[in-house]
Design a binder for this molecule. Structure first.
Ligand code: AGP
Length: 613
């Protein structure tokens, strides 16, 4: 979750940039840096560590320039150290850049540049960008076109900001995909740039939010915004309400809504630095896996609570399918009292957004006492569940403020998928081709999530028809059975409508007695191995006068015929389908609660982290 701040105007840029980076600290980072144009050159200060370290560098060697850019980096490629910290200079020292995102084709680009004599200073993917810009400049292209041409070569999602000492009266900013926002703030004879508006809200409330495949040439007088594909455009200038808390929500009314929409970026971020798409391999170094130890694993207990436990249920299907290791999913509050059968060949894998859930921590302790290896998948950096584990996977999705978990549900689904692939490779249960295919499927995920979000309008319409519902039933099967539990939990915890997730196959053993026209039944029926059974489930509910809201794959005509409402999701590889099928259910719960005028971010009786037993 990198942070970016830029400034051009009459003031000293450094204090403005440093203050802005501080406002973005909540997003998590491991190094920071700043570059300013000064005395005809570029001055850079950067290092691993927090902003205090950067402030110390700036104090020791002050900066005076009034055009500058700053960056807080979340390491994806290359460990946190000085060389890998942004901003990055090119070979000539004329151009400097900060970047948010992943250059998916950076290996090939780096090889190409090195073959042309470029000497890289870092292990980052970002550095290729500044060298490509310089290559265009050396061919006589102007700065704007050099950045434009470079962006067309990059694969992945990016937010970039560029300075050149030979163009001291402009800053170039651009956004491709959803790796992070680029906000342009309008001042009087001064302009601001940021990856998120809290960084610059105290200076201006007039903002332009760059959309994907847009770039801006920013001068003291204003900004010229253009599409990478269709030339200059007139962007909408938003006036942001003066409320720092609401500012952190950007253009959203609730954090939960913002976080649902952040899932393209958060899914990109949770994959970042862990996948080599060229080699088709997964690296999870923070798990501290030893191949020998992995071969000796006889069982994995996945321990979690609430939403996290439903992610664990998906993880069970994936790990058993790919790595053929027996997995049991237990909620924290039960595991700790079960006198569980655990030994040195057992792994206890905790999943926790906060990393401080008392029941989950107690269960980890129980496992540790019995000799298990402790792993955790955690979002909050430095939390207990991260610290006490023998190895961990950071969700790396930035702070989740809304009590109802959304991006911290879809991220662990992907983390568990990556873990299953790595375990399968180490245990030899998948061959190279299978591994490459599984990794290739992963690449689709952020875009598939974006396509689900694009359909928010159809979800909102269905939500309007459910505002008066007294109860709801969610049915799923196989890898999407946990999706039914999670969809039901989202609805009940923010809209206070009773909802129950149920294994679809169990309906005939009792719950089908509940079916009538007043009970909305959400049926999760994407094109997965359980599709046929789920389609007949829809028919059974309809035959009893029930009302069906189906989550179905785009273009599924027979479900369109049968169901009362359809929430479409894009065709998704079945093991990753819980990532896409849950998004319309998140949006459904959100819009019902929001339209009922409830406190979506702070639902009654609930806490974001349940640190009591
Ligand atoms: C989910 O929307 C709820 N906020 C709740 O179920 C939550 O997932 C659970 O309390 C576990 O929290 P954790 O992930 O921080 O451990």
């Amino acid at each position: 979750m990198c942070g970016i701040v830029g400034y051009i105007g009459p003031q000293n840029a450094t204090p403005i940039i440093m203050n802005g980076l501080k406002k973005l600290e909540y997003r998590g980072y491991d190094s920071a840096g700043i570059a300013v144009l000064e005395n005809g050159g570029i001055e850079v200060r950067r290092d691993a560590g927090k902003l205090e370290r950067l402030s110390q560098l700036v104090h020791e060697s002050p900066l005076k320039g009034n055009v500058g850019i700053g960056h807080t980096r979340w390491a994806t490629h290359g460990v946190p150290n000085t060389r890998n910290a942004h901003p990055h200079l090119g070979m000539t020292g004329d151009v400097v850049l900060v970047h948010n995102g992943i250059v998916e084709n950076f290996s090939a680009l780096r090889e190409e540049l090195e073959s042309e004599g470029v000497v890289f200073q870092s292990e980052t993917d970002s550095e290729v960008i500044v060298h490509l810009i310089e290559r265009y400049l050396s061919g006589g292209t102007n700065l704007t076109d050099a950045v434009h041409q470079t962006l067309l070569l990059l694969k992945g999602a990016h937010g970039i900001v560029v300075l050149s000492k030979n163009d001291p009266d402009k800053i170039i900013a651009a956004r491709v995909g959803n790796a992070g926002g680029v906000v342009i703030g309008y001042g009087k004879d001064e302009m601001y740039i940021a990856s998120d508006l809290p960084a610059i809200l105290e200076y201006t409330r007039e903002m332009v939010f760059l959309e994907s495949r847009q770039m801006a040439v920013v001068s003291r007088e204003g900004a010229v915004v253009m599409s990478l594909d269709e030339g200059e455009i007139q962007p909408e200038v938003h006036t942001i309400p003066w409320d720092p808390v609401s500012a952190e929500k950007g253009e959203y009314r609730h954090f939960m809504h913002k976080e649902i929409h952040e899932q393209v970026r958060s899914l990109t971020d949770t994959i970042a630095g862990r996948v080599d798409f060229e080699l088709g391999s997964i690296q999870l170094p923070s798990l501290n896996l030893s191949p020998e130890k992995v071969k000796d694993i006889k069982k994995i207990f996945i321990i979690a609570c609430g939403t996290a436990s439903y992610a664990g249920m998906v993880g069970k299907v994936l790990i058993e399918k790919i790595a053929r290791i027996p997995v049991e999913v237990e909620i924290g509050s039960e595991f700790r009292y079960q006198d569980p059968i655990v030994d040195e060949n057992t792994v206890v894998l905790a999943i926790s957004q906060s990393g401080e859930t008392a029941d989950t921590l107690a269960a980890m302790e129980e496992g540790h006492q019995k000799g298990a290896t402790l792993w955790s998948i955690v979002n909050a950096i430095g939390s207990q569940a991260m610290r006490i584990a023998d190895g961990f996977i950071s969700m790396q999705v930035g702070p989740e403020i809304g009590v109802a978990s959304t991006k911290a549900y879809t991220a662990p689904l992907v983390d568990l998928y990556m873990l299953a692939i790595l375990l399968g490779e180490l245990r030899g249960t998948i061959d190279e081709n299978q591994r490459r295919q599984l990794v290739a499927d992963l690449r689709l995920v952020p875009d598939l999530a974006g396509r689900c979000l694009d359909r928010e309008g159809e979800v909102k319409k269905v939500a309007e028809s459910l505002l008066e519902a007294q109860s709801a039933l969610y049915l799923g099967r196989g890898v999407n059975m946990p999706t039914a539990y999670e969809g039901a939990l989202k609805l009940k915890e923010i809209s206070y409508i009773h909802a129950e997730g149920y294994p679809a196959g169990e309906m005939k053993h009792g719950p089908i007695a509940l079916i009538d026209a007043d009970l909305p039944v959400v049926v999760i029926a994407p094109r997965d191995p359980w599709y046929d059974k789920m389609f007949s489930q829809i028919e059974q509910v309809k035959a009893r006068g029930g009302r069906v809201i189906a989550v179905a794959t785009e273009g599924d005509e027979q479900i369109q015929q049968q169901a009362d409402h359809v929430l479409s999701v894009p065709e998704t590889p079945w093991m990753l389908s819980p990532v896409t099928t849950v998004i319309p259910l998140q949006l459904l719960a959100y819009h019902i609660a929001a339209q009922r005028g409830l406190d979506v971010d702070q639902p009654r009786n609930l806490a974001k982290s349940v640190t009591v037993e």
